[in-house]
Ligand binder design. Structure first.
Ligand code: GDP
Ligand code: GDP
Length: 454
């Protein structure tokens, strides 16, 4: 069983199947030369290049993204075992054990033209005891006559053998349908798939310049009437065309009405901010650059972090910032905004219009990062190299291993590391930093969690 661990709050909880969980995993096991790689290629449709070998590294687990009839899952090729290795039976059993630990469904590949070997029997008995769904593929059944051979594999005690030809594709679609049926459900609905203009929450304490910016962006006559506006009572969205595209600024009624009293009350301000963030994909947090950062600024940024939305921080009133103030501002940023080094920053003046045109490229970049998906094979190739160069620190005399990793979701990007032991928080942060260096993600939060094999 896997134990899910959130590094940030150091809580350990049983993994539950919420919609932000990782994709289901199909592990492929089998002896060398039974056709595992051929079958993997057929499953992933050869859309994904096989990762380059890292010299000197035995890569015994490789993961790929797969998609069959619209269902997404991860395929892990647990590799073959070296038949010349000493203690072979043990190694075979271990390999099968790893597959059992990793997988939601196990696809056991046997060469039907050879029949069940001793090694196959060993694997079969490990799999039988696992309690995990096992699908037995009788491979190399290239024609109908060979189907008879496949029926001999009933003897493995794993139920019906499904005859396929990985090489020619014979019945491989049927096999995938059966795999799909055995997968756990993974509901996923994404903002991007909802269509329509991107949604922006314009946030900031009173008097920071929100309505000034909104006016500047819209130019009074360019405000488009939101067809939804009449249907909701108070929080009205505004559609504003920027850079040739409409953007939906959510809950702007409060900004327009300049309801100081309501905005001034912390409790209601936080409620409004949360509600706006709920509807938005990206937040623009306005900060008055001419004054010291305040508690209220930090609270708003805290709410954005909590929401998992992409973030652009706009330092407004830049026309009032002199060299002296600039010096202190940078110090304040270094000291007080340490939690969000990833946020994109623009220095603007809603009054003069200075650099307001930089807002849209920043929003686009932040959204791009927020929706980025790293292909599983690329992610694992990257991590293999990273762990080689800098292994996780030893804990309690044991060296924790990262078995493989997958990006569980986007919006924001969430990565799950499947590990054989506890990884220190500092190591998780190191991985996050390296992920950012390698794949970008400017403007977006990242989540890196682990699942520990018990
Ligand atoms: P792996 O070691 O289990 O990954 O096996 P491979 O995918 O590398 O395949 C081993 C050999 O079997 C290759 O020469 C393949 O072309 C061949 N092979 C794979 N699937 C089939 C099949 O369905 N029918 C036949 N006739 N040969 C196959
Ligand atoms: P809101 O409460 O966040 O909507 O802030 P407003 O847009 O009403 O702005 C509050 C005050 O700050 C107004 O007097 C604006 O004219 C002024 N203001 C807004 N943006 C700027 C700016 O970039 N520079 C300067 N100097 N004043 C600004």
């Amino acid at each position: 069983d896997w134990v899910e661990a959130e590094f940030d709050d150091l809580q350990i909880s049983e993994h539950d199947d919420d919609d932000s969980g990782p994709l289901p995993v199909v592990a492929i096991v089998g002896r060398p030369n039974v056709g595992k790689s051929t079958l993997v290629n057929r499953i992933i449709g050869r859309r994904e290049a096989v990762v380059e070998d890292v010299p000197g590294v035995t890569r015994d687990r490789v993961a790929y993204d797969a998609n069959w009839r619209g269902r997404r899952f991860t395929v892990v090729d647990t590799g073959g075992w070296d038949p010349d290795a000493t203690g072979m039976n043990l190694r075979i059993a271990e390999q099968a054990q790893v597959a059992v630990q990793l997988a939601d469904v196990i696809l056991f590949v046997v060469d039907a033209t050879v029949g069940a070997t001793d090694a196959d029997e060993i694997v079969g008995s490990v799999l039988r005891q696992s309690g995990k769904p096992v699908i037995l593929a009788a491979n190399k059944v290239d024609n109908q006559q060979l189907e008879l051979e496949a029926s001999g594999l009933w003897a493995l005690g794993l139920g019906e053998p499904y005859p396929v030809s990985a090489l020619h594709g014979r019945s491989s679609g049927d096999l995938l349908d059966i795999v799909l049926d055995a997968l756990p459900e993974t509901p996923e609905l994404k903002f991007g798939e909802q269509g329509g203009p991107h949604r922006v929450a314009l946030l900031g304490k009173p008097n920071v310049g929100k309505s000034s910016l909104l006016n500047k962006l819209a130019g009074e006559d360019r405000v488009l009437v939101d067809p939804m506006a009449g249907t909701t009572r108070d929080p009205v969205d505004e559609l504003i065309e920027l850079g040739g595209k409409p953007w939906r600024f959510v809950d702007t009624a409060g900004i327009r009405r300049r309801d100081r009293e309501l905005q001034g009350a912390d409790f209601y301000a936080a409620m409004r901010t949360r509600a706006a963030l709920d509807k938005a994909e990206v937040a623009v947090v306005l900060i008055d650059a001419s004054e010291p950062l305040t508690e209220q600024d930090l609270r708003i940024i805290g709410l954005v972090i909590e929401s998992g939305r992409a973030m652009v921080v706009a330092f407004n009133k830049w026309d009032l910032v002199d060299e002296d103030r600039r010096y202190y501002l940078e110090k304040e940023i270094d000291r007080q905004l340490v939690r969000t080094p990833w946020a994109l920053r623009v220095n603007i003046s809603a009054k003069t219009g200075r650099h307001v045109d930089r807002l849209v490229p920043a929003l686009e970049k932040a959204l791009d990062s927020w929706t980025t998906r790293v292909p599983t094979s690329r992610l694992n190739a990257f991590l293999t190299e990273l762990v080689q160069a800098t292994p996780p620190p030893v804990r309690g005399g044991k060296q924790p291993k990262i078995l493989f990793a997958t990006q569980a979701s986007t919006e924001p990007p969430k990565f799950v590391l499947f590990t054989s032991g506890w990884l220190e928080d500092t190591y998780r942060r190191f991985i996050e930093r390296r992920l950012r260096e390698e794949f970008g993600f400017a403007g977006s939060p990242l989540e890196v969690t682990m699942k520990i094999r018990e």
